[in-house]
Design a protein around this ligand. Structure first.
Ligand code: XMP
Length: 516
């Protein structure tokens, strides 16, 4: 048995920063889990089987309506006796439930404000009389019931921070999790370590050891199978699972023909030394046959998705595996909802992995509690090559979403070469690290050009390079003209069929990052 880790639970009331609170806590090497706002006290008690639950943070949120139902549920959570911190909406909610006065502020506060710290105790221990804090709220707490103490105020907010006189219950109207709150980290530290008494026992090395034990226990020495794409999530999951079950794991790499140039060889070579069975299925012809004559983008995606599952199922049946390993990570799990996790296989609720028809005995998701940067740390510790850990995101259907109109062998050949050229030139200019993605697209519109002395009628290739944090929004990158010129010259020189290269200068929104 491995010892349980300490955990702080964050209840997400729909604020844009709930995940950021979770991330900040994890940066202190303390585990945190973000839960939906309809979580109940008994569900929280259930989590005590997995973790030492040490405290609860109520996040901000857009709501200013205090529903009876929410109040009752939160009262139930209070009765668990855990330390509680309310942030923004959470701060107002605690005050409201306790019988305080909460109403619309005379003036909405948004941005950095000076907070006057009247009592530097508890969550505000060690702070100065005046601190810069970041506010974003319409409602404000105007009065607290007996038993509560005001700790700080701002010009427009008479109760900007409070505590209960005897219980570990705190409220902050400002956001300690955003970096504009200069001492936000100290405030959260006070809560996590001094008030909740957490130990910093969420470490990547320990996580790996614990996961290996868990995967061994979950699979009981039986055979496992997984789809390995070569992306960082599935690669880290494969290597971690292999540490637990070795050759009992078969990882299937489906070559649908729309991989980057040299990718199947690179992936095959990379995983040779990690001690599991690596099976590469060359399904290029199958995919191309099914896509013949298809031009509608969603239809293309659907066909590729279906064919992928078929190829994987065939390989899985051949391997005769009992367990399915998946590279699901924490944000994937949040999307599908934490309660749905247990019945994924039957209901095909799976957002990150493969909804297969095969009845497996179980599903194993060794990375299910990790954020992307934590997965990268795990991958580093497992000695995966940098080329895998830091690669740009690559869509499941591969280069197929970068070919508009019918997918033909000729267009695929052009796009593979052009994609390599974009990568080589962007990386040679030292720009790769600052970009989210950089690639080429081949469009269905042909245009006239001059090649040698003759007129030519050829393909148009689009170059796309974007900056982004999470792909929800993106800006086109201002690549230097010299780099664009090199890319354009090489693409037209090395692809006789291409007469024109254009640069995509559209942000997301309104465009998406990929073209299809
Ligand atoms: P869009 O084009 O929607 O893309 O702005 C956002 C991000 O998602 C990637 N992407 C995919 N990733 N399977 C994936 O695993 C897909 O089908 C897929 N489609 C788009 C895209 O590369 C970008 O990073």
């Amino acid at each position: 048995m491995t010892a349980k880790i300490d955990a702080i639970l964050v209840i997400d009331f729909g604020g844009q920063y709930a995940h950021l609170i979770g991330r900040r806590v994890r940066e202190f090497s303390v585990y945190s889990e973000v839960l939906p706002d309809d979580v109940t006290a008994s569900e929280i008690s259930g989590l005590k089987k997995r973790y030492n639950v040490k405290g609860v943070i109520l996040s901000g949120g857009p709501s200013s309506v205090y529903r009876e139902e929410t109040s009752e549920r939160i009262k139930g959570i209070f009765r668990l006796g855990l330390p509680i911190l309310g942030i923004c909406y959470g701060h107002q909610l605690i005050a409201y439930i306790a019988g305080g006065r909460v109403k619309s502020a005379a003036k909405r506060e948004y941005g950095v404000t000076d907070a006057i710290i009247d009592k530097p105790v508890g969550i505000l221990k060690g702070l100065d009389k005046r601190e810069k804090v970041w506010m974003s709220h319409g409602d404000t707490v105007y009065g607290l019931p007996r038993g509560y103490v005001v700790l700080a105020r701002t010009e427009n907010c008479p109760v900007a921070a409070f505590m209960h006189a005897t219980k570990p219950v705190y409220g902050l109207q400002w956001h300690p999790e955003v970096f504009h709150t200069e001492k936000g980290s100290e405030m959260l530290r006070n809560f996590v370590f001094n008030i909740c008494g957490c130990r910093a026992n969420w470490k990547i090395g320990d996580f790996i050891k614990k996961s290996i034990v868990e995967v061994k226990r979950e699979t009981g020495g039986k055979k496992c199978i997984m789809a390995l794409s070569g992306g960082v999530d599935s690669s880290a999951a494969a290597v971690l699972a292999a540490r637990a079950v070795g050759k009992k794991l078969t990882a299937v790499f489906v070559d649908h023909g729309f991989m980057r140039e040299g990718e199947p060889e690179f992936v095959g070579k990379t995983f040779e030394k990690f001690g599991f069975n690596f099976v590469s299925v060359d399904a290029r012809e199958r995919f191309m046959k099914r896509l013949k004559g298809v031009t509608e983008p969603e239809q293309k995606r659907k066909i590729i998705g279906e064919e992928f599952i078929k190829v994987f199922e065939e390989a899985a049946r051949k391997a005769g595996a009992d367990y399915l390993v998946q590279g699901t990570i924490y944000p994937d799990r949040i999307e599908s909802g934490f309660r749905k996790k247990s019945d994924r296989i039957k209901t095909h609720h799976n957002v990150a992995g493969i909804p297969t028809k095969i009845e497996f005995k179980g599903i194993v998701e060794p990375l299910k509690d990790l954020y992307k940067d934590e997965v990268r740390k795990v991958a580093e510790k497992l000695q995966l090559p940098k080329g895998i850990i830091w690669r740009q995101p690559f869509p499941g259907p591969g280069l197929a979403v970068r070919v508009t109109g019918e997918i033909t062998p000729e267009k695929v050949a052009v796009i593979k070469k052009s994609d390599r050229i974009v990568r080589e030139e962007v990386e040679a200019a030292g720009l790769g690290g600052s970009l989210w993605q950089y690639f080429a697209v081949i469009v269905d519109t042909k245009s006239t050009g001059v090649k040698g002395d003759a007129r030519a009628y050829g393909y148009t290739v689009v170059v796309r390079a974007v900056e982004s944090r999470e792909a929800m929004t993106a800006n086109f990158a201002r690549l230097p003209y010299e780099t664009l010129e090199k890319i354009s010259t090489r693409i037209t020189n090395e692809n006789p069929q291409v007469t024109r290269v254009v640069y995509d200068i559209t942000h997301k929104p309104p465009a998406t990052i990929e073209w299809e």
